[in-house]
Design a protein. Structure first.
Length: 111
C-alpha cells in the first residue's frame, strides 16, 4: 500500500515536472511567434529570421505528443487514486466488523 502511494507520489512529481517543462516551452514558442507576427509575410520571416517552417511544425507536434503523454499520466493517477479510496473504504468496513466482533467477545466473557 505504501509502495503504491510512493509510486503515485513519484508519478505526480514527474507529471508536475513535465507540465512545467511544457509551460516553459510554450512560453518560449509564444514569445517567438509574437515576434514573428510583427513581420508581414511568411517568406520574409523565413528569410530574415532563418526559421524553417517545418521545424516549427515539428516542434508543435512534439509539444502535442508531450501534452498527450501528460494527460494519459494524469488519467492513470486519477484511476489509481480512486482504487486507493476504494481499498481504504473496504479496509475501514473490515475494521468495523473486527471491532464489533471483539466487543461481542468481551461481552460474552463478562457474562
Amino acid at each position: 500500500m505504501e509502495q503504491k502511494l510512493e509510486k503515485l507520489t513519484e508519478n505526480m512529481n514527474d507529471i508536475k515536472t513535465l507540465i512545467h517543462t511544457f509551460n516553459t516551452t510554450l512560453e518560449n514558442i509564444e514569445q517567438r511567434l509574437s515576434r514573428l507576427e510583427k513581420v508581414d509575410s511568411i517568406e520574409h520571416r523565413v528569410a530574415v529570421n532563418q526559421i524553417d517552417l517545418s521545424d516549427i511544425k515539428d516542434s508543435l507536434q512534439r509539444i502535442e505528443e508531450l501534452q498527450g503523454t501528460v494527460l494519459e499520466k494524469v488519467e492513470k493517477k486519477h484511476e489509481n487514486t480512486e482504487e486507493i479510496h476504494y481499498i481504504n473504504r473496504r479496509l475501514d468496513s473490515h475494521l468495523i466488523k473486527i471491532a464489533k466482533a471483539e466487543e461481542e467477545i468481551i461481552m460474552l466473557k463478562e457474562k
